[in-house]
Design a protein around this ligand. Structure first.
Ligand SMILES: Cc1cc2nc3c(=O)[nH]c(=O)nc-3n(C[C@H](O)[C@H](O)[C@H](O)COP(=O)(O)OP(=O)(O)OC[C@H]3O[C@@H](n4cnc5c(N)ncnc54)[C@H](O)[C@@H]3O)c2cc1C
Length: 373
């Protein structure tokens, strides 16, 4: 092993761990820093199954799959695209860090060549990548959600005969037409349990968790779900935008802006982008440039327009907006929701949605586009 490693990865969330793992597989000498390097991630991560890169091979990283997930905007629709909940333990294990020197600790200060820990230890490397994720930040739009994990038999009345809801915007959660909307996200976590989560897709700020909890209770009561005592809960709050800080340390994962501003998802995007970054590091190139070629920057700008539109949407127009989105052909939906470089597909999806939207929603979309132009 070299005295100074090729790469220091700071943060071992899904993005940092994938980066450290793939860089080591590529033959780089890697050190990784995290306060809890061995702790499997606690959040329920999900993704579209077709987003997961081939290098994960046949390893089954799924806890549950929904072959035909359902959405409910104004009407119920079945999506012809498999959605899945990741098995965090299996993914953690698959991204094994054999050959990576793992340092347990909090970084206090980063430079492009060094990491200083809180206890004063300094870790040097030829390149440092910041994968420390994002903390809630009142200046950034965010996603919030409150969920409960219940036995499948308990959840059944909320699911209306299916195995889950990708989004259910029906207003049976105690809200009126002028309240900021939230939807039910319901996914199986295996054979026996289901996560039922009231979700504020994006807000600035997002709806408070107490409000989402009240709405979830109201919705579940309206559907005849009786919650057992002491259920496991999931609290969600994270920015869907990266801060506009200028830093000399290249970033990866949520920290690098890989979060989709319209969905909050970043795990699959990070897994899909990791080899691009590793290859640029192995060749001595700038990893940020590799991560953000012009077409990725353009797609991000287009999706930022989408975020502005979502934040401005009239509450009463939201269900109709998502109804129109999920009526688009799956290829258009995929272009908007997944991948980071398809400028034509993203533009086509946004244009199709604009044409399909109600006149009031069209005005909101046009204003968002003009503001960001
Ligand atoms: C409850 C919840 C559910 C979510 N569900 C989904 C989902 O279904 N699909 C999806 O794609 N996204 C989801 N997200 C959003 C997003 O994808 C996640 O936030 C994801 O964890 C981002 O991965 P990351 O590796 O970039 O950052 P993180 O997972 O935030 O990892 C950052 C790592 O850095 C470490 N770290 C932090 N500070 C320091 C420091 N100073 N020094 C050293 N290490 C440090 C942390 O310990 C952590 O291990 C969810 C988020 C939450 C909170």
């Amino acid at each position: 092993m070299n005295a100074v490693p090729d790469l220091a990865v700071v943060g071992l969330g899904p993005a940092g761990r994938a980066l450290a793992h793939r860089a080591a597989v590529r033959g780089l000498d890697v050190v990784a820093v995290d306060p809890h390097p061995d702790r499997p991630w606690q959040a329920t991560y999900a993704a579209w199954v077709d987003e997961i890169p081939g290098w994960l091979g046949d390893c089954d990283v799924w806890r549950a799959r929904l072959p035909r997930p359902r959405v409910h905007g104004i009407r119920e629709r079945i999506l012809d695209r498999t959605y899945g909940v990741l098995d965090n333990v299996a993914l953690h294990r698959r991204l094994d860090l054999t050959g990576v020197r793992v340092v347990t600790g909090f970084s206090d200060a980063l430079t492009p060549w060094s990491v200083t820990l809180r206890d004063g230890t300094r870790v040097d490397a030829h390149r440092v990548i910041d994968a420390r994720g994002l903390q809630p930040d009142p200046t950034l739009a965010e996603q919030t959600a409150f969920g409960v994990v219940v036995p499948a038999v308990v959840a059944a009345p909320a699911l209306g005969g299916g195995d889950g809801w990708f989004m259910d915007w029906r207003p049976d959660n105690g809200t009126g037409p002028d309240d900021p909307p939230s939807f039910l996200y319901a996914v199986p976590l295996g054979e026996d349990t289901v996560l039922l989560e009231e979700t504020c897709l994006v807000g600035s700020p997002g709806l408070p968790l107490g409000e989402l909890r009240r709405r979830l209770d109201a919705r579940l009561a309206a559907r005849g779900v009786e919650l057992p005592a002491n259920v496991e809960v999931e609290r969600v709050r994270f920015p869907v935008q990266a801060p506009r800080e200028s830093t000399s340390v290249p970033a990866f994962g949520a920290r690098a802006g890989l979060v989709h501003p319209g969905t909050g998802y970043s795990v699959a995007a990070s897994l899909a982008a990791v080899d691009t970054v590793v290859e640029s590091l192995a060749r001595g190139h700038d990893p940020s440039k590799a991560l953000w070629p012009w077409h990725a920057r353009t797609v991000r700008r287009l999706r930022d327009i989408g975020l502005s539109a979502l934040l401005d949407l009239e509450p009463s127009a939201t269900a109709g907006f998502f109804d129109a989105f999920f009526a688009l052909p799956i290829a258009r939906q995929r272009a908007y929701l997944s991948g980071r470089t398809d400028v034509l597909g993203t533009t086509a999806a946004m244009w199709s949605l604009f044409r399909a939207a109600e006149p009031g929603t069209r005005r909101t979309l046009a204003r968002a586009g003009a503001r960001r132009a």
